[in-house]
Design a protein around this ligand. Structure first.
Ligand SMILES: *Cc1c(COP(=O)(O)O)cnc(C)c1O
Length: 518
């Protein structure tokens, strides 16, 4: 064990929480009153030797060791038991996070070997276990009696990863809402065939934005919340990416990857490694920042954006501005965002944990669609981060180039990171973070490999194929590895959910009620 056992406490980025919370309280709360994000008081430090020694443990034990260093208020044996469950046969390799050295000094960290083939599994195989354990603990202390109902609005990846993580977990139910007609074939099938007794899935008329707004409306509707409590004994919760219980599991793989590269002789212990992350809500790259803060010799953090380049502009100018920004659809939909919710936590860490300043910036963003950080915070940001963006056609060309040069097939999100790493890298070795298996985005991978522009129709000979048939064709014609079993077997699973509700809060609430009544 790295540090003697202690209990860490959590306060919030806007300084509005009344009293500090423990880990289990923080993950059940998710967000602080007043909208701030919860942050642990102590960020533990690791020595280089402690980091290197982790490589000798299985991934689950590495995670347990790191969580204990974070002062999680659960017994050490309990944490170990939960991690052994979170990172085991549900991943398709015992390594959990294989590294692939695709080009000299360019290591790809594959975070998609979990059950839904996207990096969200790294956190969402873990958080629901903590969540159930936290509720058990609250019950022992008579602080909770209800069960929880998790509502998720998804543009694709998060919904499936959350369904899989929460299925059949104690004290929780989960209902996922996706934009009807707005997710890929494979993503749709992943959700509608979901197994488990405590899960529900609904399409919502309209785009992702209206889906998200409708679900948010349900969270904020007091009489709906009262009805759930009084008639069903349920409390709403969201499990979204600002929950500390989703961030902490992501720190582990950066520490683990560094240790592994030292063991394999690719890095000397202490040698700096730059990390390039395809970024949307800033959770993944923020986890890399925490790993660096804990003592992992990470050099620079390269923040890769697609055409929705609000983060790139922010990192290059110090001004976050969404006023005249159009939301653009790209081949990397999980990075299509305007408001990057975890950035607030990063700014809190960079400005000396000044919650007054954070509150001011977040007010400016809400009221004027724009905020500017002070010179000192900007300097702190620039000393670690740099950023660039990649447009749609470029991201597809990158998939083709990397395949032609290295026989390695990237998904469109990872391709954005690859390109940015290529542009911004200096002398340090680079870790390119790979966030999805290519087969989740087969149509764009097909376009890439065949030199077809992003957004252009597929040629007649493949236009009528399902996403699954297209994947089979890619796997047959290219050296693309196998399609992960959970994706390949989707075609033969029965569809359990096919209902579509109207794109309003009333629509979402009616859907929830009908689900509860069956
Ligand atoms: C969610 C997601 C991202 C973005 O990660 P953030 O933590 O939101 O920055 C990138 N790629 C894929 C495939 C994702 O699912």
């Amino acid at each position: 064990m790295i540090t003697p056992h202690y209990t860490n406490t959590y306060s919030d980025t806007r300084g509005l929480s009344s009293e500090p919370l423990t880990f289990t309280q923080a993950i059940v709360k998710g967000i602080a009153p007043g909208g701030g994000l919860l942050v642990p008081l102590v960020i533990p430090k690791l020595s280089l030797d402690q980091i290197a020694a982790l490589a000798e443990l299985p991934y689950a034990q590495q995670a347990a060791t790191i969580y204990q260093s974070f002062g999680v208020d659960l017994a050490a044996e309990k944490i170990e038991e939960l991690m052994a469950q979170a990172y085991s046969e549900n991943f398709d390799t015992a390594e959990i996070i294989p590294l692939s050295t695709v080009a000299p000094d360019t290591h790809v960290l594959e975070l998609w070997h979990g059950p839904t083939s996207a990096f969200k599994d790294m956190a969402l195989q873990c958080l629901p276990l903590f969540f159930s354990a936290a509720i058990d603990k609250l019950r022992e202390q008579d602080e909770a009696e209800e069960d929880f109902l998790i509502l998720v609005a998804t543009s694709g990846d998060t919904g499936k990863a959350a369904l899989d993580g929460f299925k059949n977990r104690e004290h929780t139910n989960i209902i996922v809402f996706y934009p009807h007609g707005g997710v890929s074939d494979v993503q749709l099938r992943q959700m509608t065939t979901q197994r488990g007794d405590n899960v529900g899935v609904f399409g919502v008329e309209g785009n992702f934005d209206s889906c998200q707004t409708a679900v948010k409306g349900a969270f904020n509707d007091e009489s709906f919340n009262e009805l759930l409590a009084s008639e069903h004994g349920l409390r709403l919760s969201s499990a979204n990416s600002i929950n500390w219980g989703r961030l902490m599991p992501q720190i582990v793989y950066y520490i683990s990857a560094y240790a592994k590269l030292v063991t394999s002789g690719d890095l000397l212990l202490g040698q700096p490694l730059d990390v390039c992350v395809p970024t949307g809500n800033f959770g993944n790259i923020l986890a890399a920042w925490y790993a660096k803060d804990m003592g992992v010799p990470i050099g620079r953090l390269l923040c890769a954006s697609n055409k929705n380049r609000v983060l790139t502009d922010f990192i290059n100018t110090g001004t976050y501005d969404i006023r005249d920004r159009e939301f653009v659809l790209t081949p990397s939909p999980s990075m299509d965002i305007l408001i990057s919710s975890n950035l607030e936590r990063q700014l809190f860490e960079l400005n000396g944990r000044d919650s007054d300043a954070i509150r001011g910036w977040m007010d400016d963003l809400r009221n004027q669609g724009c905020f500017r950080v002070d010179a000192q915070t900007f300097a702190a940001l620039r000393s670690v981060f740099c950023s660039d963006s990649v447009d749609n056609d470029e991201s597809l060309q990158t998939i083709r180039e990397v395949y032609e040069q290295h026989e390695y097939l990237l998904d469109p999100h990872t391709a954005v990171a690859w390109k940015v790493a290529e542009r911004l890298r200096e002398e340090n070795p680079v870790l390119v973070v790979s966030t999805a298996h290519w087969a989740k985005f087969g149509a764009d991978v097909y376009r890439a490999l065949n030199g077809i522009a992003a957004g252009a129709p597929l040629p007649a000979e493949v236009a009528d194929l399902s996403g699954f048939e297209l994947n089979d064709l890619i796997a047959r014609d290219y050296k693309a590895g196998c399609i992960p079993t959970p994706l390949a077997e989707l075609q033969s699973l029965p569809v359990r959910f096919s209902e579509v509700c109207s794109g309003s809060t009333e629509g979402v609430e009616a859907a929830v009620k009908s689900w509860l009544e069956q």
